[in-house]
Design a binder for this molecule. Structure first.
Ligand code: SAM
Ligand code: SF4
Ligand code: SF4
Length: 333
């Protein structure tokens, strides 16, 4: 097991397989910035499936337990089911997950499950179609996404919903979201709006803390009770309604969890980031281009992880950090 300078093991890899997306969520890829003239990464700079497999193989001996495929919108990447089966062949015990906006999931769910995907997290910030369309700057409706959720369940995938709550934007969707997914028996995780990426001015007043979200839910569903974490490094704090239905809260602003952060991130261009808020990545794609094999990559990643000391969410309040973190659609959520 490889531990970083704060004693945290490397257990999870989040890999962004494309920087492109069919949505333009205001908090991630605002259309003013990601319009027609925006230049995405050229194909030649994006990690190939073979590159990704080399990286997964290099991380497995370091203690890797879980790989999450993300983006941009990962279902836009051609042949994604092939990639999933290639990762599955690396290790049959590896937990393989995907984060998606759900718009194409009905089409892909079964193929992904057959290829070896274990779980899928679907992002949906509202039930009201006007709000969904307003946030995502697309013409999608919540029913389109919910159809994707149902296809994933039918395909046997473990499913969770991610909902970012932003003040004066979608707090009125907290209860409708709980209502819809409680009915379907699917876990929802509410995410505190983060100052990630350099795309839009983040305003701390727009953050709705987990405590407030829980008190809004409690008005309709009764007090929630905290559920003990099952394992080290769980991102979401889980709370339960009186009948046991669980709701997660990813409270990286009000309750940072850097002390147990076991996640490495690889951006679409093959740069390894040791924190979501890192400004600089380590260029693994160049090493691969120079002929690095699995052992060389393992040594390079081990050294990077050994030196890791990131804990941005814990020191955010110092408010003197003149940082331009990498953008979310590029590094992956
Ligand atoms: N396109 C896919 C999706 O939306 O699920 C995968 C990539 S997206 C960057 C991953 C996750 O990041 C989504 O759940 C999204 O809501 C979340 N996200 C993006 N920007 C965020 C922000 N500023 N604060 C909190 N979560 C954010
Ligand atoms: Fe696309 Fe996901 Fe970012 Fe929305 S949050 S713009 S769906 S990458
Ligand atoms: Fe991990 Fe960085 Fe987030 Fe802290 S701020 S939990 S170190 S990704």
């Amino acid at each position: 097991m490889t531990a970083d300078s704060l004693g945290r093991p490397l257990k999870d890899l989040r890999i962004s397989i494309t920087d492109r997306c069919n949505f333009r969520c205001d908090y991630c890829m605002p259309p003013e910035k990601f319009g027609l003239g925006y230049e995405f990464l050229p194909r030649s700079e994006i990690l190939s499936f073979e590159d990704i497999i080399l990286l997964v193989k290099a991380m497995l001996p370091l203690g890797l337990e879980k790989v999450r495929i993300t983006g941009g919108e990962p279902l836009l990447r051609k042949g994604i089911e092939k990639l999933i089966s290639m990762i599955r062949e690396c290790d049959y015990g590896l937990d393989i997950a995907l984060t998606t906006n759900g718009s194409l999931l009905s089409k892909f769910a079964r193929k992904l499950a057959v290829s070896g995907l274990d779980r899928v997290t679907i992002s949906l910030d509202a039930i009201d179609d006007d709000i969904v369309q307003d946030i995502s700057n697309s013409n999608i409706g919540s029913n389109d996404i919910i159809s994707g959720v149902k296809s994933a369940i039918d395909a046997g995938l473990a499913v969770k919903i991610n909902t970012v709550i932003i003040r004066n934007y979608n707090e009125n969707q907290i209860v409708p979201i709980v209502k819809e997914f409680y009915r379907l028996g699917v876990i929802v995780r509410f995410i505190e709006y983060m100052d990630v990426g350099g795309t839009k001015d983040w305003n701390p007043e727009q953050v709705v803390f987990g405590d407030e979200i829980r008190s809004i839910i409690a008005k309709d569903y009764g007090e929630l009770v905290p559920v003990k974490p099952e394992k080290y490094g769980e991102v979401a704090n889980r709370w339960a309604l009186s009948d046991g239905y669980q709701i997660g809260f990813i409270e990286s602003i009000s309750k940072p969890f850097c002390q147990s952060c076991t996640r490495a991130r690889i951006a679409a261009n093959g740069k390894l980031y040791t924190c979501l808020f890192a400004e600089r990545g380590h260029d693994l794609k160049s090493l691969i281009k120079l002929g690095a094999n699995v052992g060389d990559l393992q040594a390079a990643i081990s050294k990077i992880w050994f030196n890791r000391d990131d804990k941005y969410s814990e020191i955010r309040h110092l408010n003197n950090l003149d940082k331009t973190p990498v953008e979310m659609h590029f590094i992956g959520g």
